[in-house]
Write a protein that binds this ligand. Sequence first.
Ligand code: ADP
Ligand code: ZN
Length: 435
Amino acid sequence: MIFNVEQETLPREELEAIQLRRLQNLCERVYANVPHYREQFIKAGVTPADIKSLSDLAKLPFTEKQDLRDNYPFGLFAVPKENIVRLHASSGTTGKATVVGYTQRDVNNWAELMARSFMAAGATRSDFIHNSYGYGLFTGGLGVHYGAERLGATVIPISGGGTKRQVSLMEDFGATVICSTPSYGLVLHEAAQQAGVNLRDLPLRIGIFGAEPWTDEMRNDLQEKMGIDAVNIYGLSEIMGPGVSIECAVAKDGMHIFEDHFLPEIIDPVTGEQLPEGETGELVITTLTKEGIPLIRYRTRDITSLNYTPCKCGRTHVRMNRITGRSDDMLIIRGVNVFPSQIESIILETEGASPHYQIIVKRQGNLDTVEVQVEIDGSLFSDAIKNLQQIEMRIQKTIKEFLGVSTKVRLVEPRSIERSQGKAKRVFDLRNESE
Ligand code: ADP
Ligand code: ZN
């Protein structure tokens, strides 16, 4: 089912006409109201009147996270402060937090896009939505919350943490939809096992996972463990929060970007040039309708590609493929580019390895060394100790074969790697620290 049939199935020509109109209006708004943008436009030698077609987008300046920091806290807001009804701040995965503001209209649009997201995932107003995304300054909790209410479903605002209690409430209330990071999904499953609860026996049927990179192998694992259909949801606080894009349950093949609100591009992260359709690079998003803090060509740092082929579900909005990493997350190991997600895929395809892992990069002398610590699958630990070395060697060999880097793989005891309540931290790059 489609929440907003008219907008989500617009023929491309009509969609582009709407996008252009909104882009022109956006340029006028930021040029008139945000000194930073006026300066940037002047520097780039463009005025709002120069935007005559969507291809003129490339003339506009990029916006980077640093611009939000430089204008901390409210410098990029495009409306008077009294029109802002809510603030959020990003987790600051890579540095100082950034602040975003929403008008009432922004909050309403966000709720609609999250309601669209739920419906794309297969949820309806009859569902019980267990929301484990953190409530508070982060966008996850409230974003999901308002969307669930807009859909008319029942939302359980459990937030993050208190995992044992989460499991018993899932059981008591009969949650049918779980929203969390994929890594927290694993933590929930583990806690359920410890409590003797099989999540597969609960009415749970849909998992909406996002906020961190994950793989198709992880999807299979979560689907199997919970007896659900798991879909990928994407968002970032600078652009709105969760609900920028989501996979439809029909195809589970890339996340539809709500293109009537967001205009995506893929660029070469080094040169900043737009890349041809289908190529992989950095996702750049222009917000078409946001009032509080509209952003022009925001560099997400997330690496993906766009797929414009028609989708089985009937939505016409473009799909973005799984994020393979952030351009600032990419590890360069002895000159080879490696994304943690590539290592994750290999681990999850190895029998006896669990999805809990850490990647530790150090520099010894002039050489980068990588240790991959993987928890052994709990069920295997007692009876297959003699196989441990074989499993280590197998993972090591596969990483070398597919990624071209030598690593040291070490299996560690079940539950020895710290569990996260939100975004998992899996990479520890210690190369800049003294040896
Ligand atoms: P930050 O972590 O940058 O402080 P956010 O909390 O807004 O800010 O997180 C947004 C980032 O989370 C995205 O830019 C992206 O890197 C990551 N992210 C969100 N959803 C997904 C997803 N489904 N897959 C991979 N990465 C995701
Ligand atoms: Zn679809």
